[in-house]
Design a protein around this ligand. Structure first.
Ligand SMILES: Nc1ncnc2c1ncn2[C@@H]1O[C@H](COP(=O)(O)OP(=O)(O)OP(=O)(O)O)[C@@H](O)[C@H]1O
Ligand SMILES: [Mg+2]
Length: 348
């Protein structure tokens, strides 16, 4: 008899909406509500947090909601191309825009898109073309959501965001949802002419709710309260670890303690190695000392690295901002990521 192999309900793929999506309802509905409002409080929103914390998944969830609404045009852009050109191309080919043109008996050439040969009015500057398209869409009650996953502070992004500011000022129905690592968002906010980004909300994604993780494992694996709790604690609420641990236990049909070697190997290869290479040597020194200290107390770690309070607080602050460390109680630190202490101990 043919044995049926059950599909693993967990995924190791980054960015794709997982079958077992938990939490984040608050963050997602906050953005949806605000962008849908007639007088939106903000038109730009940034999602930030560590690698693997679920930024892309969250952005995709919001974008998919809007995609189902015919009043919305959603364009997914990338930091690696000229964003203004890309948005013009996306919108000009969008059904929502084309049907508008059809009803109004307008031609694309009127927007300077030059799709018809020999048009007299050829607008060279795509920022102006975009302005016209957005004006037309706004006039007709349409709304545009631009998503930018993994924003980096390069020329394309800077140019686009400052142009975007102008469209907002003109009251166009345009919305921008970006994701980025802490340092990239920080650099963008601090770039010249981009200070308006300081006023835009920045949602820092943290760990998932442990109860939800526990309930999920309990349901999928039929575990006792105690075993489900042990398994959830091992993930520390970190979304990638939640998927990974579930994936391994399902695949191997083993308990979580018996897949630790593989768990560590995946975490190292797919996330921690990247995080580690992005740290400065002093950051690493602090983390090494912390892993060696028994109590994670600020004073103990500071003495181990032989730093003045003021110098130490710079590194401490940076690691907190990046989301690598947390402050569980006054005077103490903790590693945010699961098995990160063990990882640090193994690193040079
Ligand atoms: N709310 C969630 N519930 C369950 N799993 C999640 C959730 N959010 C993210 N994940 C899982 O965590 C992993 C990482 O998610 P995602 O790719 O969105 O992270 P990211 O923050 O965009 O990472 P990077 O900075 O590397 O792009 C994926 O495997 C995804 O399935
Ligand atoms: Mg991502």
């Amino acid at each position: 008899m043919k044995k049926t192999v059950l599909k693993n309900p967990y995924t190791l793929t980054f960015g794709r909406k997982p079958e077992n999506l938990i939490g984040r309802n608050q963050e997602i509905s906050d953005i949806l509500e605000c962008f849908q409002n007639d007088a939106p409080e903000y038109q730009v929103c940034m999602l930030t947090g560590l690698r693997g914390v679920g930024k892309t998944v969250c952005l995709t969830a919001v974008a998919n909601e809007f995609r189902q609404d015919k009043n919305w045009l959603v364009a997914d852009l990338s930091s690696e191309r000229n964003l203004i050109d890309a948005l013009v191309a996306e919108l000009a080919g969008h059904q929502g825009f084309l049907s508008l043109l059809k009803n109004a008996k307008l031609k694309l050439s009127a927007f300077g898109l030059g799709l018809e040969l020999g048009t007299r009015e050829q607008i060279k500057d795509n920022a102006v073309v975009l302005d016209r398209i957005l004006a037309k869409l706004t006039e007709n009650g349409k709304r545009v959501l631009v998503t930018l996953d993994e924003a980096v502070p390069n020329r394309f992004v800077r140019e686009f965001v400052s142009q975007f500011q102008i469209y907002i000022r003109k009251n166009y129905n345009v919305f921008l949802l970006m994701t980025g690592l802490h340092e990239n968002i920080y650099d963008l906010q601090n770039a010249k002419t981009m200070t308006f980004l300081y006023r835009a909300p920045k949602i820092v994604l943290g760990p998932l709710n442990m109860w939800l993780i526990e309930a999920n494992y309990q349901k999928v694996f039929g575990l006792s309260d105690k075993d489900a709790h042990t398994m959830a604690v091992l993930t520390k609420g970190y979304p990638y670890a939640f998927q990974l641990l579930g994936y391994l236990c399902f695949k191997e049909q083993k308990k979580c303690d018996d897949v630790l070697l593989e768990f560590d190997a995946y975490l190292g290869e797919y996330v921690y190695d990247k995080i580690w290479t992005e740290l400065s040597s002093m950051d690493k020194k602090v983390l090494h000392a912390m892993a060696k200290s028994n109590n994670f107390k600020v004073n103990t770690i500071r003495q181990m690295v032989n730093m003045e309070s003021s110098t130490f607080s710079v590194y401490r602050q940076r690691l907190l901002k990046k989301g690598i460390l947390s402050v569980p109680e006054y005077g103490c630190l903790d590693f945010v990521l699961p098995r990160f202490k063990e990882y640090v101990e193994k690193m040079e």
